[in-house]
Ligand binder design. Structure first.
Ligand SMILES: Nc1ncnc2c1ncn2[C@@H]1O[C@H](COP(=O)(O)OP(=O)(O)OP(=O)(O)O)[C@@H](O)[C@H]1O
Length: 303
């Protein structure tokens, strides 16, 4: 994959430590994602996943390094980047249609009312909320509210969609249905998506690649796992695929042991040449050579 639609270039995040000095949450993080790719980041609590997502959203700034999306360095928030959080943050006084239309009219300020409504309705239909347009958030279930959040995010046709554990507060049945919907929509629309999850099966179902972070503080991107399952995989029969257990075990093994021991055991880790691994039958194969993330030349010249 050579298209660097998103290029994370050597970012670090440090905070003042209570005892003086600084705490480094993560550092020297290099990662490139292609247009239309679905990437999931996995790692233990505190390794900095939300911080990375917030930097991609423009809600936070890296202490070092830069992030480039579609050839432009990120500076602050933008309607090019939509964020879906665990809690949906809908405007309670607006209806479903009103919430989505509000986002649409923020992006296309010159559109007339009819055009805004028609565009909003298209995305309400896409997430399966046809018929609920005039309901207020208080009349909706948690899953329906999250659907509104997804419709709102997609309606502004963002360059990237950022999702921070979007389904973790939902019951298993609703979570599964929404995972199906998100996968279908992302495949249909070619939406580039970066998502945080703690759920290994969710990552296996949704992601093209899974980014494994070691434990913080001082976390690093240890490995990129390429999903060997076919694009047309189904959530229900995921576990029947011959590669499923190799993939799952590889990720779980990282979370249980390698994420902790990585800093002491892996001495020659090059953050710009993070290995990409493709688990399947037998031992996981390293997809060689590792992809080097080079700084974007146009942006580097500008810095
Ligand atoms: N404003 C802040 N000041 C100091 N430390 C902070 C600040 N914001 C975040 N941190 C620290 O940065 C670290 C990473 O936080 P972050 O929320 O990104 O982790 P995470 O991997 O998303 O965790 P979780 O899985 O629990 O959501 C944590 O140790 C957190 O305490």
């Amino acid at each position: 994959m050579t298209d660097k639609f998103i290029s994370i270039e050597g970012i670090a995040r440090r905070y003042p430590a209570a005892s003086g000095g600084t705490t480094t949450v993560f550092e020297n993080l290099w990662l490139a994602m292609a247009r239309g790719e679905f990437g999931c980041i996995i790692g233990h609590s505190g390794c900095g996943k939300t911080t990375v997502l917030n930097i991609l959203a423009g809600l936070d700034e890296p202490s070092e390094g830069t992030v480039i999306v579609d050839g432009e360095a990120i500076e602050g928030t933008s309607l090019d980047r939509a964020v879906i959080f665990q809690s949906h943050a809908l405007l309670p006084w607006r209806t479903v249609l009103g919430n989505v239309a509000y986002a649409v009219s923020s992006k296309w300020r010159r559109w007339d009312r009819a055009r805004v409504r028609a565009h909003a309705q298209k995305f309400i239909d896409l997430v399966g909320l046809t018929g609920a347009e005039h309901k207020h958030p208080s009349e909706l279930s948690g899953g329906m509210k999250q659907r509104v959040g997804i419709a709102r995010a997609l309606s502004i046709t963002p360059k990237i969609m950022l999702m921070d554990e979007p389904f973790s507060a939902l019951d298993a049945l609703t979570r599964g249905t929404l995972q199906d919907e998100v996968r279908r929509i992302c495949l249909e629309t070619g939406q580039t998506t970066f998502m945080i999850t703690h759920d290994v099966d969710e990552a296996i179902f949704l992601a093209d690649r899974i980014f494994l972070m070691t434990n913080g503080p001082g976390a690093v991107l240890a490995e990129i796992v390429e999903n060997p399952l076919p694009k047309d995989r189904g959530r229900i029969d995921l576990h029947r695929h011959p590669y499923y257990y190799a993939l799952r075990n590889h990720i779980v093994d990282f979370l249980v042991s390698r994420s902790k021991s990585f800093a002491t055991e892996v001495i020659h880790h090059d953050p710009r040449r993070v290995p990409t691994v493709r688990p399947g039958v037998g031992e996981p194969t390293i997809v060689a050579p590792p992809r080097v993330v080079e700084p974007n030349p146009a942006q580097s010249a500008a810095r």
